[in-house]
Design a protein around this ligand. Structure first.
Ligand code: NAD
Length: 302
């Protein structure tokens, strides 16, 4: 079997930790690209020199199985994800034009914010089929929720499974009913006010890290989340993960990237899993989708 190749575009915090994790897990050869000349090349060389297990011996970007886009600008304190919209659209557009040329058969995983709008941009610019363009957000948001639940319940994170739908913004939709500890739904375990606090902290999870870091935004958990998606695709795992995908009527949403449960396998997003929502949950999802729709309308890509 030929070795798999993953290109990570953007050698900043998220990109370099994503590359490092893929290398450490021996999932694929990794190519790290950036518009900056010095630091990203230094990081790539440093990774190469970090041992014979790094498997970063391929330098060309052509023919990658997966391309992870982390290129762009991160949020600064006080800046909303939406402020990044236009600047990062130009970056993603330029990057995707190169991807189409060099890796026309790849699956694209977008990480750049504002996530859902940037995934929609990658879809529109690439003209790839919808199964080959995904956005990473739900895995991260669910991981954040799980870590808060594990702390609150004083249990292993391995016992916790969390469910977050919607766009990657303040209107994301954590679903306590579908979130479990050892299979037990959260509402059977915790009082409403504790659940509400966890939901609120999950929604603001990105900003909490930004405020602590002072410069830049989260990258350890985001890179781990992106790599979970990479692994599911490279290993054709048929793993169900929350991802931003192009909805074509599912959940009553049409023509828009929004986070929903997706089965990931070799061809990317192989199936969108539809779960039953209450009227309240459904309204929250529609509100979150409306926030994404506003952004893509600004960019003229709805
Ligand atoms: N989806 C999520 O859940 C999530 C989580 C964390 C971060 N992010 C987003 O990921 C992006 C990267 O974050 P970061 O912390 O790594 O930022 P960073 O500033 O450390 O890295 C970004 C890198 O992109 C490079 N870049 C800019 N334009 C480029 C281009 N045209 N081609 C190639 N490279 C280019 C920059 O030189 C820089 O090295 C940001 O948009 C951030 O908001 C998303």
């Amino acid at each position: 079997m030929s070795r798999k190749k993953v290109t990570v575009v953007g050698g900043g915090f998220v990109g370099s930790t994503t590359a490092q994790r893929i290398v450490d897990m021996e999932l694929a050869d990794v190519v790290l690209t950036d518009i900056l000349d010095g630091p990203p090349a230094g990081k790539a060389l440093d990774m190469l020199e970090s041992g014979p297990i790094t498997r970063t011996d391929s330098r060309a970007t052509a023919g990658s199985d997966i391309v992870v886009i982390t290129a762009g600008f991160p949020r600064k304190p006080g800046m909303s994800r939406d402020d990044l919209l236009k600047a990062n659209y130009d970056v993603v557009k330029a990057v995707v034009e190169q991807i189409v040329k060099h890796s026309p058969k790849c699956v694209i995983i977008v990480v750049t914010n504002p996530l859902d709008a940037m995934a929609q941009a990658a879809f529109k610019v690439s003209h790839f089929p919808k199964n080959r363009v995904l956005g990473m957000a739900g895995v991260l948001d669910s991981a954040r929720m799980s870590s808060f639940v594990a702390t609150e319940c004083k249990v292993s994170v391995e016992n916790v499974h969390s469910f977050v739908l919607g766009g990657h913004g303040d209107d994301m939709v954590p679903l306590p009913r579908y979130s479990t500890v050892a299979g037990i739904p959260l509402p059977d375990l915790l009082p409403k006010e504790r659940i509400d606090a966890i939901v609120e902290r999950t929604r603001k999870g990105g900003a909490e890290i930004v405020n602590l870091l002072k410069t830049g935004s989260a990258y350890y958990a985001p890179s781990a989340a992106a790599v979970e998606m990479v692994e599911a695709i490279l290993k054709d795992k048929k793993k169900i993960l929350p991802c931003a995908v192009y909805l074509d009527g599912e959940y009553g949403i049409k023509g828009l990237f929004v986070g929903v449960p997706v089965k990931l396998g070799a061809s990317g997003a192989e199936e969108i899993i539809q779960i039953k929502l209450t009227a309240e949950e459904s309204a929250a999802l529609q509100k979150s989708a409306a926030a994404v729709r506003e952004l893509v309308a600004v960019l003229g890509i709805y």
